[in-house]
Design a protein around this ligand. Structure first.
Ligand code: GLC
Length: 458
């Protein structure tokens, strides 16, 4: 295919230029090269962004930079709980970090959200770290790092924090607004799909890593993980799932029910179902809802969570097929001119005003609010390859390849069909290039998918 050499070489050159050195070794990649006069924090190494770079590196057999990144972030992890509200909780990994030079000495300075735009908490960082650690171990076979106390302690600190109850008696994580890739106010507080799917995947990753030569203490953690996964998976598959028949049940819900065996657990009021949903889910299709909470079903389609659920087998087989069907039927709306929408549909008018806080960057069909994000290409290709759907994979690669290099690797695209380079999109956005490299590599060698996917739970 035409994009094989030149476009891929260009993408690699972005990754190479974005690589940051620390104490004589490569430690990560900055978020964007072309940051203009206002770099904000795009000159930092983001944990979630580096996951995609890390994947591209691992698929190309470049393990060292990933190992260094994993060690550096693990050193930055909070190790103690403090009563101070200004210290990140034990177990949290930073949203981003950078190398500072002072008196010829280098050090790393992290941001746990205390400096971030909107002061958002990176709940996803520790979860991406666990997934990247699993991929690194699979790719490199480096058993030594899995056995190191440092690795096990980092994992257990994360588990201690994420497995503990936080007010609610449900298996999902309760998180504040902007806790993941959508790191601005978008009504994604509570139990957003992307976080819950990542949580499940990260639990499985920790189980695998701790399971290598497990000590008695490791086994105790594994028991807790098994327990949590079981409830989490059941809850997600039943309560987040929507297809024509479930939509019909919800449509007939009664309210004010109390007790164990009730249908309308969250007291959903039928008029809150948005009208677009009724036309959007054809037979043999379905997806996981964007969010669930008291009196609330957020019907928005979150692409990352849905595609990741296909890869991790959080979605059972029939659900995986239905998600891909939904994608093909709604191709123009979800992919259009650039794979793929981060969230569908956009919120507009009064709803936009209320939900985003009148955020000028997140106007309808822009950025997080219905914009198209090429970094998600790797997820789309990996899901299609896992499901043996070459049609989707080839179509998506061709669309992306036609524009990405010509548009200088933008961070995101705008417009209902993703035809415009994003209003404030950075150019030479590193995870755009990394996503393309990873997607291409998986297309070329479908077996490499094993690095990323998880089997069905027994
Ligand atoms: C924006 C995105 C966030 C990303 C960061 C760096 O803040 O919303 O998901 O990690 O840029 O690329």
């Amino acid at each position: 295919m035409g994009y094989d050499t030149k476009t891929i070489a260009q993408a690699w050159s972005i990754l190479d230029q974005a690589t940051v050195r620390y104490q004589g070794a490569d430690v990560g990649t900055v978020a964007a090269l072309a940051t203009g006069t206002n770099a904000v924090n795009y000159d930092q190494i983001f944990t979630r962004d580096f996951f995609v770079s890390g994947l591209a590196f691992l698929l190309a057999g470049k393990h060292e930079i990933v190992k260094n990144f994993l060690c550096a972030t693990s050193d930055l992890q909070q190790t103690e709980n403090s009563k101070s509200c200004f210290q990140a909780p034990r177990g949290l990994m930073p949203a981003s970090f950078k190398v500072i030079k002072k008196n010829n000495k280098e050090s790393l300075v992290a941001d746990f959200g205390e400096k971030a735009i909107g002061r958002v908490t990176p709940v996803d960082s520790s979860l991406w770290w666990l997934l990247l650690m699993r991929m690194y171990l699979k790719a490199s076979g480096d058993k030594a790092i899995a056995a190191e106390d440092k690795t096990c302690s980092s994992i257990k600190r994360i588990l201690d924090h994420y497995l503990i109850g936080h007010f609610e008696l449900i298996p999902t994580l309760l998180v504040p607004d902007g806790a993941f890739m959508i790191d601005r106010r978008m009504g994604m507080y509570g139990h957003p799909l992307d976080i819950e799917v990542l949580f499940d995947a990260a639990l499985r990753a920790s189980r695998e890593i701790l399971g290598i030569d497990a000590s008695e203490d490791d086994k105790k953690y594994i028991e807790c993980i098994n327990d949590r996964i079981r409830y989490l998976v059941d809850h997600m598959r039943a309560d987040y799932w929507i297809d024509p028949s479930r939509l019909n049940s919800i449509y007939r819900y009664e309210n004010e029910q109390f007790g164990d065996e009730i249908a309308n657990k969250y007291n959903i009021h039928v008029p809150s179902i948005p009208s677009w949903v009724y036309q959007w889910i054809p037979e043999n299709s379905g997806y996981f809802l964007g969010n669930i909470g008291p009196g609330r079903m957020d019907f928005r389609f979150l692409t990352m969570g849905n595609l990741l659920a296909v890869l991790t087998s959080l979605a059972e087989k029939s659900q995986r097929n239905k998600i891909l069907n939904l994608l093909e039927v709604n191709w123009e709306a979800l992919v259009g001119n650039m794979p793929i929408k981060l969230c569908y549909p956009a919120v507009e008018g009064k709803e936009w005003h209320m939900l985003t806080g009148a955020d000028g960057k997140n106007t309808a069909w822009s950025y997080h609010n219905g914009g198209n994000w090429p970094t998600l290409l790797w997820l789309l290709i990996a899901a299609a390859v896992k499901m043996n759907n070459k049609r989707i994979a080839t179509r998506a690669m061709e669309i992306a390849a036609k524009r990405l290099a010509a548009d200088d690797w933008p961070e995101y695209y705008d417009g209902q069909f993703g035809n415009l380079v994003g209003k404030a999109a950075r150019k030479k956005q590193v995870w755009t290039a990394a996503g393309f490299i990873a997607a291409h590599s998986i297309m070329e060698n479908p077996d490499k998918i094993n690095l990323i996917i998880f089997d069905d739970e027994p």
